[in-house]
Design a binder for this molecule. Sequence first.
Ligand code: AR6
Length: 179
Amino acid sequence: MDTIKIIQGDITKASVDAIVNAANSQMLGGGGVDGAIHRAAGPDLLEACKKIKPKMEGIRCPVGEARITPAGNLTAKYVIHAVGPRYSFDKNPENLLASAYQNSLDLAVSHGCVSIAFPAISCGVYGYPLQNAAKIAVSVCKRPEYKALIIYFYLFSQEIAAIWMDEMDNTKNIQKDRL
Ligand code: AR6
């Protein structure tokens, strides 16, 4: 039985083992949900990010990958920093968005997390079309290897929460049709 819950609200308030941040490759903070998470977590989070060794000049986390750090003042144990694609800039944004979700979930599992909260990665300044992003996010989270996790989506607006709910309903119906 997979557990995926949709919440309309601020992800910094999530009571989970791991909060996923929609970060950029430098991992030194930014606007949107990244800014909110750093503000709520306090300066220890930035210090933890700086300790991640860059793969190349300034790039701590390439697009489509994820890195894990302690969570500073947040109640979560970890922040998982996932870098989604810039929709109109990166090639193969679908694969990159799916792998950002997959790598985050894999880190949560390998660190013994039971629960994880995601924002809508790439759906703000990175410009990913919401319906397409919802389809990818829900389908990766429903993979059997993540069945043991309790997965929350914290979605900031009513509009985006409704799109995610529709996608959850669609996939339920698809599964029923196949029975
Ligand atoms: N809780 C939940 N969702 C939020 C919150 C919050 N507190 N604040 C914003 N959102 P974005 P991206 C939603 O732009 O598109 C940053 O500067 C927001 O409404 O935060 O992946 C990074 O440093 C939207 O639906 O992330 C990167 O440079 C979603 O979170 C870049 O933005 C994601 O929007 C990453 O862009």
